[in-house]
Design a protein around this ligand. Sequence first.
Ligand SMILES: *[C@@H]1O[C@H](CO)[C@@H](O)[C@H](O)[C@H]1NC(C)=O
Length: 444
Amino acid sequence: CDSPSVISSQRLADTAEDADLYHEFNASLEFDYFNSLLINTMDEESNYIELGGEFPLEENEHFNKLQVNTLMSDIQVPTNVYNKDPDILNGVYMSEALNDVFISNFQKDPTLTWQFFGSSTGFFRLYPGIKWIADPNGVVTFDCRNRNWYIQAATSPKDLIIVVDVSGSMKGLKLTIAKHTINTILDTLGENDFVNIIAYTDYVHYVEPCFKGTLVQADLDNREHFKLLVEELQVKGEGKVKNAVKEAFQVLNEATVNVQGSLCNQAIMLITDGAMEDYQSVFQEFNWPEKKVRVFTYLIGRDTTFAENVKWIACNNKGYYTHINTLADVQENVMEYLHVLSRPMVISHDHDIIWTEAYMDSSLLLMTTVAMPVFSKKKETLSHGILLGVVGTDIPLLEVIMLAPRHKLGAHGYAFLITNNGYILAHPDLRPLQLSHEVVDHIK
Ligand SMILES: *[C@@H]1O[C@H](CO)[C@@H](O)[C@H](O)[C@H]1NC(C)=O
């Protein structure tokens, strides 16, 4: 049966969709909401400032002894998003409807901890409400749309091959930016995704030789493992992109033939400072005319001599070209590819549930987030599949294990959790493992 957290998330998703359906966008809307950064702030005349009204907080055992308000959610907005933008005001206004559901979910299931709605416009509604503390440099960089639970719920599963140029011209800052780009791409992946990384100069090599010719599950262990190997990459020789791309196509094609990988979106992420040789034939041979594999290209560095070539590769393979000049450009540019791969599933209107990988919260409890995408149900947008955002609930895994019928387990039995793609969420060993499909089918 469905666990209480799935039911809670489902209620949030339904409520958000209905609230949006009956809300008419008002470009001149004025609305004084509780901004979690500004709450309880007064001006010199002892009046509460705009968006910073009185918001009672009290210490709560259940929420790591944090100061919270269990009667209301409040709103966080990253510094680079205008907190009174009409999109934000309308979204915040319509999502007020979630307040009642947060409270009733918590009453029905006291094991729940945080419940939230991350909007595609950039605001983050969190229950219980808290006071948000700015980063040490005074800005708020937290953007719910970059969080793994948001990305996992908002996009379909993907098979990615990251192809990185490590030829001599990539030395210095370019290599640093390239490595950061790879890490940022890895951070957009979860256990529903599959990945591999190929580095090339005049020859092609897998950053992890053991993963040669395959796709591996992009779970936390593998992502961390890749990050360590990427850190060690060094530049040398001349860049020959053709063979590297060819290798990537072969791995992706083979995965399709052998029914491996996510069987959903396939993409090559090409990171380079330029492509020179005659590479067109490789796309002709492996990807045209269907263009089943999208190619996203990231041109690294100031020199744009080869921009046209790199743009051409993306444009002729249903991808996206971005130019990354500095380390600060990386995050935003990498996120672009996710818009292209966002879930086109509003027509079937199935709320794919995502269980994130287990993570440790601040009180060292092993947690999971149950997240669900929220779509516009308005008639005029129905065919485009407009994503409104993602709802989520956090629960300690121990509580989920408690749902298991202990008396049926026997003396040496134990409970473990498994997601529908064979990823173990919680296990007495607390080691995420990948099961074969036969085992998964057997358990089902
Ligand atoms: C839009 O919002 C403004 C300010 O809140 C309000 O005065 C106006 O009546 C609203 N318009 C509609 C059509 O609801």
